[in-house]
Design a protein around this ligand. Structure first.
Ligand code: BTN
Length: 329
């Protein structure tokens, strides 16, 4: 409990620094804001320093954050976060089996919409189709987001496509390079996978209770960090950009983009998202093979339906609707 109160206070302080436009905030101002003494403010400032923040303290002016830590911390993510709901509750863990597992538990216990689980490392990161997701320590964004949209369960895959668009937009903003989407949810750069998205549901027959969106973004790995079997198929943002990047900044941008697209979706439906998704899709208009559990379909990808289902036209002109498959281009 004491720990929770402490982190709530630091949340308030971080929000104040976020809104200060890098101006100094006086000790008295912060004390009034959080309802404590100036000595207590000083203790919280020291805690932020321990987390890796650098703060300048100037007599008669107050405090100003001059540098944020390399490590991803909830406080650092919140610094500059512009969202209303996404990321307002952040569970940050050093090492977990899978952030999906934790998010499922929190969702079951009633966690509010927008709650985010982030880990520095996952020991059994989960991918689609029961694959594993390589999640080494402090190199990527391993994150699960809890949403509670009021939509029927068959529409849940749309959330995967919304997330894919959000990830592309966030990467574009961070490094000024545009990735491509391979249906349904792989984000590629130079033909190699940089991000995977895994959407899982807690639902009744006719109602979604929560959607857990798992997002894995390879950020600061070097090529030699990958096991041999991944070297030819995976890449990271830093390999593509040629420099190390801030994971917190990426998370912040991503939560902002995701919230905007999610609101657009709830407001206007899937159509605007579909157009955005198709503008980033690598496979549309191309010939490809879709390997499904019942067999392979070869043909031209026409686009996606309103429900995010891939349409493939084979050589006889028959249009197949593909709900789940691995795609080979
Ligand atoms: C895929 O197979 O492409 C999906 C990969 C999803 C990985 C993310 S990392 C965060 C979250 N926790 C997991 O265990 N998996 C997802």
């Amino acid at each position: 409990m004491a720990h929770k109160v402490q982190s709530e206070i630091r949340k308030k302080m971080i929000d104040a620094f976020t809104n200060s436009n890098e101006e100094y905030l006086s000790g008295q101002y912060l004390a009034d804001l959080i309802g404590c003494s100036r000595t207590a403010v000083w203790k919280h400032i020291e805690e932020l320093r321990k987390e890796g923040f650098e703060l300048e303290a100037v007599r008669r002016k107050g405090y100003r954050i001059t540098k944020t830590p390399e490590k991803v911390t909830p406080d650092e993510i919140r610094l500059g976060l512009q969202t209303e709901t996404l990321g307002r509750q952040i569970h940050h863990e050093e090492s977990v089996d899978s952030t999906q597992k934790i998010a499922h538990r929190l969702a079951y216990e009633g966690a509010q919409e927008g709650t985010v689980v982030i880990a520095e490392e996952q020991l059994s990161g989960r991918g689609r189709m029961d694959r594993r997701w390589h999640s080494p320590k402090s190199t990527g964004v391993w994150m699960s987001v809890i949403l509670r949209p009021n939509i029927p369960p068959p529409k849940a895959p749309q959330l995967t496509l919304i997330t894919a668009v959000a990830v592309v937009q966030a990467i574009e903003e961070l490094i000024d390079l545009t990735p491509q989407i391979k249906w349904p949810n792989d984000i590629l750069m130079n033909g190699k996978k940089v991000t995977g998205i895994l959407t899982e549901l807690q639902a009744d027959a006719d109602r979604i209770i929560s959607i857990i969106i798992g997002i894995g973004i390879n950020v600061n790995q070097d090529l030699h960090d990958y096991p041999d079997e991944l070297k030819t198929i995976a890449t990271s943002l830093s390999i593509e950009k040629g420099e190390k990047l801030s994971r917190s900044e990426l998370i912040r941008i991503l939560l902002g983009k995701l919230e905007n697209l999610y609101k657009l979706y709830l407001d206007k439906g899937f159509y605007p998202i579909k157009l955005l998704w198709e503008s980033y899709a690598v496979s549309i208009g191309k010939n490809l093979t879709a390997r499904t559990i019942t067999g392979s379909i070869y043909g031209k990808a026409l686009g996606i339906t309103e429900d995010g289902v891939l349409m493939i036209e084979d050589s006889s002109g028959k249009v197949h609707h593909v709900y789940s498959a691995d795609i080979e281009l």
